[in-house]
Design a protein around this ligand. Structure first.
Ligand code: ATP
Ligand code: MG
Length: 463
């Protein structure tokens, strides 16, 4: 079934206000009808939906509201990908949702959302919203000078909600009333054909929210989909708009792009579409000139994906340290030439400076920059493997991260292989073996002379 006229007008690149104007003046009643895919014709089974999400859906439905599973969970379930994150769409207002669930909190400034909490799991319930038609009060909708939506909170019906979503594959609604899927935009077919297609005119939709460029890349990487040519060409035209996106939002997106198990593919696509430099300009610059650094970044991305696949923890500070390593080393080199300081000190200060520059693009919370600096400043300490100070490195609270980082460097020839193996072996040794490995005699360290005891009163003279 073709999308309704309003949708078609939006597809054609008209703004919402223009579409609305035409519809009002044409006298045509515009009713959007979805294609409904009944349960026997699709493979989304309730076994794939978390019990908590089902509870929320059923309770909304029982209270007389519409209740749909929407977005990524429907898409992933259709692809057999076992969704973990469940978003619910409903015609109940946030306050009405709150009234139904004791364990519910209303959050969000940009969008008012209900979070229904079950222990660790949060089910996000969003009231259907309409695209702005220019008649709402200034308080409800706001754009910046590039057309970016700053805030929109106009409630609507499901057939209005759908046009606000980004890609057709993300705009399917699973109806808990009869387990059918409602498709207004051809998302069902696009999922079968494995393609990322923008709802509406890509140029207009990317201007509204440039983060959609990163989302296109992220979904293409995760789902192994092709990005539709019209989206690719709009991205090429509008990539500079990413610099208008608040750095805090880009940090959230950074986490989603690089910690979801598809970091390598995501990086390759960002690079291919010239978007990586918009996020990490200093890294981009170094990558252009240094192939070894490229191999290092690639090894780290592969390693991150492996860890995610094994359900091991990943911290964003590690990959941030990897991306910023070459720029930090460069600045540290300059610092060491100019001022007398140890390599560790120089790396620490350079890490501070480079992370500071990076903040203007992607704001990295201090809880990640501080350990990143420590991890990088520890690197020179792996170069010495004799004596107590070297032994003490094993007890440092950043040892593990710093060691993993050093191992990656060794993997691409940026650190001595034998020395790297030494650090691997000593971790499995007992205290006595370690003393021998680090050549520490019971009395003291080799090669270090005992300090003469100070004479009484000498401290005063020293001043
Ligand atoms: P995943 O959870 O795997 O990251 P998702 O598709 O569920 O993927 P979310 O960020 O959780 O992504 O968003 C849920 C849904 O909200 C999306 O599927 C999409 O329909 C809509 N959406 C989210 N962000 C945007 C955006 N920036 N522009 C338009 N629609 C969006
Ligand atoms: Mg989601």
């Amino acid at each position: 079934m073709p999308p309704a006229l309003r949708g078609l007008l939006l597809y054609g690149g008209l703004s919402n206000a223009q579409a609305e104007f035409l519809l009002k003046n044409s006298g045509i009643q515009d009713r959007t009808e979805p294609t409904i895919v009944p349960r026997p014709k699709h493979n989304v089974s309730r076994d794939e939906i978390s019990n908590n999400a089902l509870k929320v859906l059923y309770r909304l439905n029982k209270a007389g509201y519409q209740a749909f599973l929407v977005g990524g969970s429907v898409r992933d379930a259709l692809l057999g990908l076992h969704p973990k994150d469940f978003d619910v769409g409903t015609d109940a207002l946030p306050e009405e949702v709150k009234a139904l669930f004791g364990n519910c909190r209303l959050i969000g400034r940009r969008f008012r959302l209900a979070h229904v909490r079950f222990g660790q799991e949060i089910i996000e319930v969003a009231t259907f919203r309409a695209a702005s038609n220019g008649e709402e009060s200034q308080a409800d909708v706001a754009h910046d000078t590039h057309g970016r939506i700053l805030r929109d909170n106009v409630y609507g019906s499901i057939d209005e909600d759908v046009w606000r979503r980004d890609f057709t594959c993300n705009a399917l609604y699973y109806n808990i009333a009869d387990f059918s899927i409602w498709d207004y935009v051809g998302g069902f077919e696009d999922i079968q054909k494995r393609r990322i297609v923008m709802i509406g005119d890509p140029v207009h939709r990317l201007r509204e929210d440039p983060v959609r460029m990163l989302r296109a890349i992220r979904f293409a990487a995760k789902l192994d989909f092709d990005i539709d040519a019209s989206v690719v060409s709009a991205m090429a035209k509008l990539k500079d708009l990413l610099s208008n996106v608040p750095p805090a939002r880009l940090f959230d997106e950074f986490l989603k792009m690089f910690q979801a198990g598809h970091a390598k593919k995501t990086f390759e696509l960002l690079w291919k579409h010239h978007l990586f430099g918009k996020l990490f300009p200093e890294t981009d610059h170094e990558l252009e000139q240094d192939q070894n650094f490229g191999r290092f970044v690639q090894a780290a991305l592969i390693n991150t994906d492996k860890r995610v696949a094994q359900d091991k923890s990943v911290t964003p500070m590690f990959l941030l340290g990897v991306f910023l390593w070459a720029p930090i080393k460069r600045v540290a080199g300059i610092l060491r030439e100019r001022e007398k300081m140890s390599e560790s000190q120089a790396l620490g200060i350079a890490a501070y400076d480079v992370a500071g520059m990076q903040q203007s693009r992607i704001s990295i919370p201090r809880r990640f920059t501080a350990p990143m600096r420590e991890m990088l400043a520890l690197q020179p300490r792996f170069e010495t493997n004799k004596g107590r100070r070297a032994l003490n490195l094993l007890e440092h609270k950043r040892f593990r991260a710093a060691y993993d980082f050093m191992m990656l460097r060794a993997e691409v020839g940026d650190f001595d292989r034998e020395l790297a193996d030494f650090w691997t072996e000593v971790q499995n040794q007992n205290a006595e073996q370690r003393l021998a490995s680090f050549e520490i005699s019971a009395k003291g360290q080799p090669g270090k002379r005992r300090r003469k005891p100070r004479r009484r009163g000498s401290r005063k003279k020293d001043r």
